[in-house]
Every structure is written in C-alpha cells, then in structure tokens.
Design a protein around this ligand. Structure first.
Ligand SMILES: Cc1ncc(COP(=O)(O)O)c(C=O)c1O
Length: 350
C-alpha cells in the first residue's frame, strides 16, 4: 500500500516545522527574553514544586486565577494552553473557519495551522509601510471566517493603525483573534474591546517578555461563552504541572521582578535601532516589539546572515518572505554589542 495514500489531502503539502540547528554563542533569532528567571522566582518555584506522579490540574485553576488578578478580569474569561500555538489550533478546531484571514507577512503558524485544520488560508498583503488593508480584509471576511491580527506584528515589529484595527473589530463578520504576544513591549492592547465585541479573542504568551519559551505556556482572554466552547476541544491535561507552577510564580511577581528586564529590553531596542539606522546599506523598521526587522541594500541578506553566523551570531534570515530582510531579536547589552560590532565589520567590508 502506498503510505502517502493514507495521509489527508490537506496535510500532504505541509512540511514539518523545522528550525535549523546552527550553534552560535549569541542567539538572537527567536524573540526570546535573553535573561534567565530572577533567583527569587526560582526559589518560589522550588517551594511549590511537588511530585510529578499525579496529573496536572486540567483546568489550570491557580494559574488562571493569577492571570485574572493581573488583568483585573474573571478567570472564566481565560484559557491557558501549551504555548499560544496550541490555543491557535484549538480556536481553529472549535470555531467555524472556512477561511482563515491574516495579513502577510505575519506569524507563520496562522497559515500552517489553518492548513492543518483544513481551513482555507487567505493572506492579505500589508502595504509598503506594513499597514493593514482593512478594505480587502472586510470584503473577504464572512460569518464563517476567522481573522488573525498580530499586534505588534511579527516579523515587521509594528502595531497596525488603531483606527484600522477598530474598524475591523466593529465591521467584520466572524471571529477576530488579536495576538498580543509582544504586548509587554508595546504596551498597546485591545483587551477592553472584548466587553463590547464578544467575537474578539485576545491571545498572549509567556514565551516572550515572561521568559518562559521553554515551558510552552500561553493564554487567551475571551467572552466566557467562547471559553466554554474552547474547553470542549482542549485536551484534558494540556498544560503540565511544572509549567503551571512556574507561569503562576512569574505572573504573580511580574511587576517587581520581570518589569526591570522588560525596561532593559526596550532601552536596548532603541539603542539597536539607532545604531542600525547609522549603518550604510541597512534600513531598520521601527519596532514596538522585542525584535527589529531590517533591510539590506548594498550586501545581500544571505551574505550578511552567513557571515554573522561565522562570527557566532545567529539572527533570522527572512529574505525568502521579504526580500533582503533580516530580523534581530533584542538581546542583553553584551549580546547586542557583539551583534553591532560584527554587523558593522561585515558591512564595512563591502
Ligand atoms: C505573533 C506571535 N504569536 C505567537 C507566537 C508563539 O508563541 P508561543 O511560544 O506561546 O507558542 C509567536 C512566536 O514567535 C509570535 O510571534
């Protein structure tokens, strides 16, 4: 029997998600928080961690309570997942999604998971200034579609125009997911719209500002009726006990222990941006997140990428999606210094 004939049609054309293993001492490719967890939080975790012989709380009640109190909302409006990736998949499996609409370029998982869920992915190009085409989005969306808007957007780094976002929220048919994975860096949110627009879901993650990318934890905020529907699809023990404990400790101590890290990253982002602006042949785009997209005009992006790797610095090469564009994650001051020094050296060579 041909094994291929067993695979669903919508899966056949997909490729497994791969991240090439390129060992570099300075890793600035994945929008992670470059700092380890503060010792105080590690101590709290040690006190709370118990045996792993029991299943985790299937409702993640303690963690949802911590998130609810941080946001000043009700726990029934929150669901947590094994990374926001899992929440995106659950949204697609729960709600009508003949079409999954997103601007391009944007976070790759909207398209990939739409294909997995057998929905039709519809990418709507951003303008040259990376702004939404609200006209086309509204003309395309119908009652059976889901619109995904990353705010700030990855990989462009910008928050879209508030007016355009609100227009989509007010006028679009179907569900709208606003992915605020980088909220702590932009400080801009649409959280308050869910009271008036129950078709809006806000997505957040612990992988970026909260520094827990390795623990796979994300959450969404939505009308309790939407959350109830999502719980029908959620796997019973989707978030392991350890992640629930650590995410809870981080959330409860965020303002005192993590906020200083975020402030550092924002300061470093501004420093990196100004530096990139001064380099001949580099055009950086303003960022509201913890990464900066930049275009190379004199030297091909592929060359800059591989020469940086040779120097031990890993960033993300996006040239296949956005010609001659690269994305650098803001690291520690020292990591950023190394990146700037090596990039400057490479650019001066050509
Ligand atoms: C916009 C956006 N949403 C979600 C994610 C993924 O988050 P998680 O690690 O919670 O799956 C990313 C990761 O890069 C992202 O850029």
């Amino acid at each position: 029997m041909a094994i291929e004939s067993l695979v669903k049609e919508n899966i056949k054309s997909l490729r497994p998600y791969e991240i090439p293993d390129i060992p570099c001492s300075v890793k600035l490719d994945a929008m992670e928080n470059p700092y380890d967890l503060p010792e105080e939080i590690k101590e709290l975790v040690k006190e709370k961690v118990g045996g792993f012989n029991r299943y985790p709380d299937p409702l993640s009640n303690d963690l949802r309570k911590s998130i609810a109190s941080y946001l000043g909302i009700d726990k029934e409006e929150i669901m947590v997942g094994n990374g926001s990736d899992e929440l995106i998949l659950n949204i697609l499996l729960t709600f009508k999604s003949n079409q999954v609409i997103f601007p391009t370029p944007t976070f790759a998982m909207y398209k990939i998971l739409a294909q997995v869920a057998n929905s039709k992915p519809v990418g709507i190009p951003l303008s040259n200034e990376f702004e939404l085409d609200d006209e086309v989005i509204l003309a395309t969306a119908d009652a059976d579609s889901i619109i995904f808007l990353a705010y700030p957007n990855n990989p462009t780094g910008n928050c879209f125009s508030k007016e355009k976002m609100l227009r989509i929220v007010e006028e679009a048919e179907g569900l709208i997911v606003i992915d605020e994975a980088y909220f702590e860096f932009s400080k801009e949110t649409f959280l308050s719209v869910i009271d008036s627009y129950p078709q809006v879901i806000i997505l957040r993650t612990f992988s970026k500002a909260f520094g827990l990318a390795g623990l796979r934890c994300g959450y969404l905020v939505a009308h309790p009726e939407l959350v109830k529907a999502l719980f029908k699809v959620k796997l019973p023990y989707n978030l392991n006990s350890f992640s629930q404990i650590v995410a809870g400790c981080v959330m409860e101590n965020f303002r005192y222990l993590l906020q200083p890290q975020i402030n550092q990253i924002i300061t470093q982002r501004e420093r990196l941006y100004l530096f990139l602006k001064k380099i001949n042949g580099i055009i950086p785009y303003p960022s509201d997140a913890n990464f900066i997209l930049f275009k190379t005009t004199n030297v091909p992006a592929n060359t800059i990428f591989s020469e940086l790797v040779e120097e031990g610095v890993l960033i993300r090469n996006l040239t296949e999606d956005i010609p001659n564009c690269l994305r650098v994650t803001v690291g520690t001051e020292q990591e950023n210094n190394t990146f700037m020094e090596k990039l400057d050296k490479i650019c001066r060579k050509y």
